[in-house]
Design a protein around this ligand. Structure first.
Ligand SMILES: Cc1cc2nc3c(=O)[nH]c(=O)nc-3n(C[C@H](O)[C@H](O)[C@H](O)COP(=O)(O)O)c2cc1C
Length: 344
Protein backbone atom coordinates (compact mmCIF):
# COMPACT_ATOMS: atom_id res chain seq x y z
CA UNK A 1 0.00 0.00 0.00
CA UNK A 2 2.72 2.44 1.06
CA UNK A 3 4.75 1.56 -2.02
CA UNK A 4 1.67 2.25 -4.20
CA UNK A 5 1.33 5.73 -2.69
CA UNK A 6 5.03 6.42 -3.27
CA UNK A 7 4.86 5.37 -6.92
CA UNK A 8 1.73 7.47 -7.42
CA UNK A 9 3.41 10.54 -5.92
CA UNK A 10 6.41 10.02 -8.20
CA UNK A 11 4.16 9.68 -11.27
CA UNK A 12 2.26 12.81 -10.26
CA UNK A 13 5.43 14.89 -10.01
CA UNK A 14 6.55 13.74 -13.47
CA UNK A 15 3.20 13.83 -15.28
CA UNK A 16 2.16 17.20 -13.84
CA UNK A 17 5.03 18.74 -15.83
CA UNK A 18 3.57 17.53 -19.14
CA UNK A 19 1.70 20.34 -20.85
CA UNK A 20 -0.45 17.83 -22.77
CA UNK A 21 -2.06 16.84 -19.45
CA UNK A 22 -3.11 20.40 -18.68
CA UNK A 23 -6.56 21.64 -19.60
CA UNK A 24 -6.81 22.92 -23.15
CA UNK A 25 -9.49 25.40 -22.03
CA UNK A 26 -8.19 28.39 -20.11
CA UNK A 27 -9.15 29.41 -16.60
CA UNK A 28 -10.82 32.44 -18.20
CA UNK A 29 -8.52 35.25 -17.05
CA UNK A 30 -7.67 35.98 -20.70
CA UNK A 31 -11.27 37.17 -21.14
CA UNK A 32 -10.55 40.07 -18.80
CA UNK A 33 -8.19 42.99 -19.06
CA UNK A 34 -7.49 45.87 -16.74
CA UNK A 35 -8.55 49.37 -17.73
CA UNK A 36 -5.39 51.44 -17.77
CA UNK A 37 -5.51 54.46 -15.50
CA UNK A 38 -3.21 57.26 -16.66
CA UNK A 39 -4.17 59.32 -13.62
CA UNK A 40 -3.70 56.84 -10.75
CA UNK A 41 -3.23 59.66 -8.17
CA UNK A 42 -0.84 57.51 -6.13
CA UNK A 43 2.94 57.18 -5.90
CA UNK A 44 4.48 53.89 -6.98
CA UNK A 45 6.53 53.57 -3.77
CA UNK A 46 3.33 53.78 -1.71
CA UNK A 47 1.76 50.68 -3.30
CA UNK A 48 1.24 48.15 -0.52
CA UNK A 49 0.80 44.48 -1.46
CA UNK A 50 0.71 43.22 2.15
CA UNK A 51 -2.23 41.17 3.31
CA UNK A 52 -3.34 39.24 6.39
CA UNK A 53 -4.15 35.55 6.32
CA UNK A 54 -4.80 33.27 9.29
CA UNK A 55 -3.83 36.15 11.57
CA UNK A 56 -0.37 36.53 10.04
CA UNK A 57 1.04 39.05 7.62
CA UNK A 58 2.07 38.10 4.09
CA UNK A 59 4.17 40.24 1.75
CA UNK A 60 1.58 39.57 -0.97
CA UNK A 61 -1.53 37.38 -1.29
CA UNK A 62 -0.12 34.26 -2.93
CA UNK A 63 -0.29 30.63 -1.90
CA UNK A 64 2.05 27.98 -3.25
CA UNK A 65 -0.69 25.37 -3.68
CA UNK A 66 -0.38 21.90 -2.20
CA UNK A 67 1.88 19.61 -4.19
CA UNK A 68 3.81 16.86 -2.63
CA UNK A 69 5.43 14.94 0.17
CA UNK A 70 6.09 11.34 1.00
CA UNK A 71 8.75 10.44 -1.57
CA UNK A 72 12.41 11.24 -1.84
CA UNK A 73 11.86 13.72 -4.69
CA UNK A 74 9.37 15.67 -2.62
CA UNK A 75 11.89 16.23 0.20
CA UNK A 76 13.83 18.53 -2.12
CA UNK A 77 10.67 20.00 -3.64
CA UNK A 78 9.25 20.95 -0.24
CA UNK A 79 12.64 22.16 0.99
CA UNK A 80 12.95 24.47 -2.04
CA UNK A 81 9.37 25.71 -1.96
CA UNK A 82 9.64 26.42 1.77
CA UNK A 83 12.89 28.36 1.34
CA UNK A 84 11.24 30.36 -1.44
CA UNK A 85 8.04 31.01 0.57
CA UNK A 86 10.04 32.20 3.57
CA UNK A 87 12.16 34.45 1.36
CA UNK A 88 9.31 36.17 -0.54
CA UNK A 89 6.72 36.13 2.26
CA UNK A 90 3.95 34.05 0.69
CA UNK A 91 2.03 31.05 2.09
CA UNK A 92 2.83 27.39 1.46
CA UNK A 93 0.48 24.43 1.19
CA UNK A 94 2.07 21.00 1.55
CA UNK A 95 0.89 17.96 -0.40
CA UNK A 96 -1.30 15.32 1.20
CA UNK A 97 0.20 14.12 4.52
CA UNK A 98 -1.44 10.71 4.13
CA UNK A 99 1.90 9.08 3.31
CA UNK A 100 3.44 10.45 6.54
CA UNK A 101 0.49 9.25 8.63
CA UNK A 102 0.95 5.74 7.26
CA UNK A 103 4.75 5.60 7.19
CA UNK A 104 6.90 7.43 9.75
CA UNK A 105 9.97 7.11 7.52
CA UNK A 106 8.71 9.71 5.04
CA UNK A 107 7.83 12.36 7.61
CA UNK A 108 10.97 14.35 6.97
CA UNK A 109 9.82 15.20 3.45
CA UNK A 110 7.14 17.33 5.14
CA UNK A 111 9.00 18.43 8.29
CA UNK A 112 11.75 19.99 6.18
CA UNK A 113 9.25 22.69 5.19
CA UNK A 114 9.00 24.16 8.70
CA UNK A 115 12.77 23.82 9.11
CA UNK A 116 13.36 25.97 5.99
CA UNK A 117 10.44 28.32 6.59
CA UNK A 118 10.35 29.04 10.33
CA UNK A 119 7.98 32.01 10.06
CA UNK A 120 5.93 31.28 6.93
CA UNK A 121 2.30 30.19 6.91
CA UNK A 122 2.43 26.44 6.25
CA UNK A 123 -0.65 24.31 5.74
CA UNK A 124 -1.02 20.55 5.94
CA UNK A 125 -3.27 18.76 3.45
CA UNK A 126 -5.44 15.61 3.42
CA UNK A 127 -8.02 14.13 1.07
CA UNK A 128 -11.66 13.93 2.08
CA UNK A 129 -11.41 10.14 1.76
CA UNK A 130 -8.89 10.05 4.63
CA UNK A 131 -11.02 12.39 6.73
CA UNK A 132 -14.01 10.07 6.30
CA UNK A 133 -12.01 6.89 6.60
CA UNK A 134 -9.10 5.65 8.55
CA UNK A 135 -7.38 8.78 9.88
CA UNK A 136 -8.21 9.79 13.43
CA UNK A 137 -8.41 13.46 14.27
CA UNK A 138 -5.85 12.99 17.07
CA UNK A 139 -3.28 11.46 14.75
CA UNK A 140 -3.71 14.19 12.13
CA UNK A 141 -3.63 16.88 14.80
CA UNK A 142 -0.46 15.45 16.31
CA UNK A 143 1.39 15.50 12.95
CA UNK A 144 0.10 19.02 12.29
CA UNK A 145 1.67 20.04 15.63
CA UNK A 146 4.99 18.51 14.58
CA UNK A 147 4.76 20.56 11.38
CA UNK A 148 3.72 23.66 13.33
CA UNK A 149 1.05 23.93 10.63
CA UNK A 150 -1.18 27.01 10.63
CA UNK A 151 -4.17 25.24 9.07
CA UNK A 152 -5.34 21.97 7.54
CA UNK A 153 -6.47 21.91 3.90
CA UNK A 154 -8.94 19.17 2.97
CA UNK A 155 -9.17 18.43 -0.75
CA UNK A 156 -12.31 17.23 -2.53
CA UNK A 157 -11.41 15.24 -5.64
CA UNK A 158 -14.25 12.86 -6.58
CA UNK A 159 -13.38 12.48 -10.26
CA UNK A 160 -9.64 12.24 -9.65
CA UNK A 161 -10.32 9.33 -7.30
CA UNK A 162 -12.77 7.81 -9.80
CA UNK A 163 -10.13 7.69 -12.54
CA UNK A 164 -7.32 6.64 -10.20
CA UNK A 165 -6.54 2.96 -10.10
CA UNK A 166 -7.68 1.90 -6.61
CA UNK A 167 -9.02 5.39 -5.89
CA UNK A 168 -11.42 5.91 -3.00
CA UNK A 169 -14.84 6.84 -4.34
CA UNK A 170 -16.89 6.85 -1.12
CA UNK A 171 -18.19 10.39 -1.03
CA UNK A 172 -21.55 9.85 0.68
CA UNK A 173 -21.48 11.75 3.97
CA UNK A 174 -18.56 13.99 3.00
CA UNK A 175 -20.31 17.24 3.89
CA UNK A 176 -21.13 15.95 7.37
CA UNK A 177 -17.55 14.80 7.89
CA UNK A 178 -16.29 18.25 6.90
CA UNK A 179 -18.74 19.82 9.35
CA UNK A 180 -17.38 17.69 12.19
CA UNK A 181 -13.77 18.57 11.36
CA UNK A 182 -14.52 22.28 10.97
CA UNK A 183 -16.03 22.34 14.45
CA UNK A 184 -13.73 19.92 16.27
CA UNK A 185 -10.28 20.11 14.67
CA UNK A 186 -7.90 22.40 16.59
CA UNK A 187 -6.68 24.28 13.47
CA UNK A 188 -8.62 26.26 10.84
CA UNK A 189 -9.91 24.05 8.01
CA UNK A 190 -9.67 25.11 4.37
CA UNK A 191 -11.63 23.22 1.71
CA UNK A 192 -10.29 22.97 -1.83
CA UNK A 193 -10.73 21.06 -5.08
CA UNK A 194 -7.72 19.94 -7.08
CA UNK A 195 -8.49 21.57 -10.44
CA UNK A 196 -12.09 20.72 -11.31
CA UNK A 197 -13.33 23.59 -9.18
CA UNK A 198 -15.81 24.26 -6.37
CA UNK A 199 -19.08 25.24 -8.06
CA UNK A 200 -21.33 27.97 -6.65
CA UNK A 201 -23.67 25.36 -5.19
CA UNK A 202 -20.84 23.51 -3.45
CA UNK A 203 -19.45 26.79 -2.10
CA UNK A 204 -22.88 27.63 -0.69
CA UNK A 205 -23.19 24.20 0.95
CA UNK A 206 -19.74 24.60 2.50
CA UNK A 207 -20.63 28.06 3.77
CA UNK A 208 -23.82 26.62 5.23
CA UNK A 209 -21.90 24.25 7.51
CA UNK A 210 -19.46 26.89 8.70
CA UNK A 211 -16.49 26.61 6.32
CA UNK A 212 -14.80 30.01 6.39
CA UNK A 213 -11.93 29.53 3.95
CA UNK A 214 -12.17 27.92 0.51
CA UNK A 215 -9.79 27.43 -2.39
CA UNK A 216 -11.90 27.13 -5.53
CA UNK A 217 -9.09 25.30 -7.41
CA UNK A 218 -10.82 25.53 -10.75
CA UNK A 219 -10.16 24.32 -14.28
CA UNK A 220 -7.58 25.78 -16.65
CA UNK A 221 -4.24 24.45 -15.36
CA UNK A 222 -3.19 21.00 -14.17
CA UNK A 223 -5.87 18.40 -14.94
CA UNK A 224 -5.90 15.54 -12.44
CA UNK A 225 -8.38 13.46 -14.42
CA UNK A 226 -6.04 13.49 -17.43
CA UNK A 227 -3.04 12.73 -15.22
CA UNK A 228 -4.78 9.75 -13.56
CA UNK A 229 -6.01 8.60 -17.01
CA UNK A 230 -2.42 8.62 -18.25
CA UNK A 231 -1.34 6.45 -15.30
CA UNK A 232 -3.95 3.77 -15.97
CA UNK A 233 -2.53 0.50 -17.33
CA UNK A 234 -3.45 -0.72 -20.79
CA UNK A 235 -5.71 -3.42 -19.35
CA UNK A 236 -7.93 -0.64 -17.98
CA UNK A 237 -8.49 0.65 -21.49
CA UNK A 238 -12.18 1.46 -21.08
CA UNK A 239 -11.56 3.69 -18.05
CA UNK A 240 -8.46 5.13 -19.72
CA UNK A 241 -10.38 6.04 -22.85
CA UNK A 242 -13.22 7.50 -20.83
CA UNK A 243 -10.71 9.82 -19.08
CA UNK A 244 -10.11 11.52 -22.44
CA UNK A 245 -13.76 12.58 -22.45
CA UNK A 246 -13.07 14.60 -19.29
CA UNK A 247 -10.07 16.48 -20.60
CA UNK A 248 -11.90 19.78 -20.13
CA UNK A 249 -14.28 18.88 -17.31
CA UNK A 250 -14.50 21.45 -14.59
CA UNK A 251 -15.44 24.97 -13.62
CA UNK A 252 -12.94 27.48 -15.02
CA UNK A 253 -11.49 29.51 -12.16
CA UNK A 254 -12.30 33.01 -13.47
CA UNK A 255 -15.87 31.94 -14.28
CA UNK A 256 -16.42 30.81 -10.70
CA UNK A 257 -15.08 34.11 -9.40
CA UNK A 258 -17.28 36.13 -11.77
CA UNK A 259 -20.41 34.62 -10.28
CA UNK A 260 -19.37 34.04 -6.69
CA UNK A 261 -20.98 35.87 -3.82
CA UNK A 262 -19.80 34.71 -0.44
CA UNK A 263 -18.49 36.01 2.87
CA UNK A 264 -15.85 33.31 2.97
CA UNK A 265 -12.14 33.98 2.51
CA UNK A 266 -11.61 32.90 -1.12
CA UNK A 267 -8.38 31.55 -2.52
CA UNK A 268 -8.37 31.34 -6.33
CA UNK A 269 -6.15 28.62 -7.75
CA UNK A 270 -6.24 26.46 -10.86
CA UNK A 271 -4.87 27.78 -14.13
CA UNK A 272 -3.32 31.03 -12.92
CA UNK A 273 -0.61 30.87 -15.54
CA UNK A 274 0.62 34.43 -15.89
CA UNK A 275 1.47 36.78 -13.04
CA UNK A 276 -1.23 39.23 -14.15
CA UNK A 277 -3.79 36.46 -13.52
CA UNK A 278 -3.20 36.98 -9.79
CA UNK A 279 -4.16 40.66 -9.99
CA UNK A 280 -7.21 39.77 -12.12
CA UNK A 281 -8.29 37.06 -9.66
CA UNK A 282 -8.16 39.60 -6.83
CA UNK A 283 -10.12 42.21 -8.80
CA UNK A 284 -12.71 39.50 -9.55
CA UNK A 285 -13.16 39.00 -5.82
CA UNK A 286 -10.58 36.49 -4.57
CA UNK A 287 -8.72 37.34 -1.37
CA UNK A 288 -5.64 35.41 -2.45
CA UNK A 289 -4.32 33.50 -5.48
CA UNK A 290 -2.68 30.09 -5.61
CA UNK A 291 -0.32 28.37 -8.05
CA UNK A 292 1.02 24.84 -8.21
CA UNK A 293 1.95 23.55 -11.69
CA UNK A 294 3.73 26.72 -12.85
CA UNK A 295 6.24 26.41 -9.97
CA UNK A 296 6.99 22.75 -10.40
CA UNK A 297 9.78 22.86 -12.97
CA UNK A 298 12.14 25.28 -11.15
CA UNK A 299 11.41 23.82 -7.74
CA UNK A 300 11.90 20.20 -8.89
CA UNK A 301 15.27 20.91 -10.47
CA UNK A 302 16.50 22.40 -7.21
CA UNK A 303 16.72 25.89 -8.67
CA UNK A 304 15.81 27.79 -5.49
CA UNK A 305 16.90 31.19 -6.73
CA UNK A 306 14.93 30.58 -9.95
CA UNK A 307 11.85 29.74 -7.86
CA UNK A 308 12.34 32.86 -5.72
CA UNK A 309 12.74 35.01 -8.85
CA UNK A 310 9.62 33.47 -10.37
CA UNK A 311 7.62 34.35 -7.23
CA UNK A 312 9.12 37.85 -7.13
CA UNK A 313 7.94 38.42 -10.70
CA UNK A 314 4.40 37.54 -9.56
CA UNK A 315 4.75 40.03 -6.69
CA UNK A 316 6.26 42.79 -8.85
CA UNK A 317 3.57 42.31 -11.52
CA UNK A 318 0.86 42.64 -8.88
CA UNK A 319 2.47 45.85 -7.62
CA UNK A 320 2.72 47.30 -11.14
CA UNK A 321 -0.86 46.32 -12.00
CA UNK A 322 -2.05 48.06 -8.83
CA UNK A 323 -0.18 51.19 -9.92
CA UNK A 324 -1.61 50.85 -13.44
CA UNK A 325 -5.20 50.81 -12.15
CA UNK A 326 -4.71 53.19 -9.24
CA UNK A 327 -5.21 50.75 -6.35
CA UNK A 328 -2.91 51.56 -3.45
CA UNK A 329 -3.72 48.62 -1.18
CA UNK A 330 -4.82 45.02 -1.68
CA UNK A 331 -8.20 45.87 -0.18
CA UNK A 332 -8.71 48.53 -2.86
CA UNK A 333 -8.10 45.85 -5.49
CA UNK A 334 -10.12 42.94 -4.09
CA UNK A 335 -13.54 42.68 -5.71
CA UNK A 336 -13.16 45.96 -7.61
CA UNK A 337 -14.55 44.81 -10.95
CA UNK A 338 -14.80 48.36 -12.23
CA UNK A 339 -11.06 48.09 -12.80
CA UNK A 340 -11.64 45.33 -15.37
CA UNK A 341 -13.20 45.10 -18.80
CA UNK A 342 -14.53 41.82 -20.19
CA UNK A 343 -13.39 40.92 -23.70
CA UNK A 344 -16.16 39.02 -25.49
C1 LIG B 1 2.61 17.69 -8.57
C2 LIG B 1 1.31 18.13 -7.95
C3 LIG B 1 0.83 17.45 -6.85
C4 LIG B 1 -0.36 17.84 -6.23
N1 LIG B 1 -0.77 17.23 -5.08
C5 LIG B 1 -1.84 17.73 -4.40
C6 LIG B 1 -2.17 17.24 -3.11
O1 LIG B 1 -1.50 16.37 -2.54
N2 LIG B 1 -3.26 17.77 -2.49
C7 LIG B 1 -4.02 18.75 -3.07
O2 LIG B 1 -4.98 19.23 -2.47
N3 LIG B 1 -3.73 19.21 -4.30
C8 LIG B 1 -2.66 18.74 -4.97
N4 LIG B 1 -2.34 19.26 -6.20
C9 LIG B 1 -3.26 20.21 -6.84
C10 LIG B 1 -2.85 21.67 -6.67
O3 LIG B 1 -2.80 22.05 -5.31
C11 LIG B 1 -3.79 22.64 -7.42
O4 LIG B 1 -5.05 22.67 -6.82
C12 LIG B 1 -3.97 22.24 -8.88
O5 LIG B 1 -2.77 21.72 -9.42
C13 LIG B 1 -4.41 23.42 -9.74
O6 LIG B 1 -3.46 24.46 -9.72
P1 LIG B 1 -2.46 24.75 -10.97
O7 LIG B 1 -3.32 24.87 -12.18
O8 LIG B 1 -1.74 26.01 -10.59
O9 LIG B 1 -1.53 23.57 -11.05
C14 LIG B 1 -1.14 18.90 -6.80
C15 LIG B 1 -0.63 19.59 -7.94
C16 LIG B 1 0.58 19.23 -8.50
C17 LIG B 1 1.06 19.99 -9.71
Amino acid sequence: MTRDIEQRKRDHLNLAQEKALNFSISAGFDRWRFIHNALPEINLHEIDTHTTFLGKELQFPLLISSMSGGVEESFNLNANLATAAESVGCALGLGSIRAALENEKVRNSFLVARKNAPTAIIMANLGIAQIMGSQSMDKVSSFCSDLEANALIIHLNPLQEAFQSGGDTHFKGALNAIKTWVHEFPLPIIIKEVGQGLSLDVVARLEGIGVEIIDIAGAGGSNWISIEGERLAADQRVLKQSAHEFANWGEPTAEILENLETDQFVIASGGLKQPLDLAKALALGANMGGIAGPLLRHAMTGDVSGTIDQLLVWKKTLEMAMFGVGACTINELIGNRLLLRKID
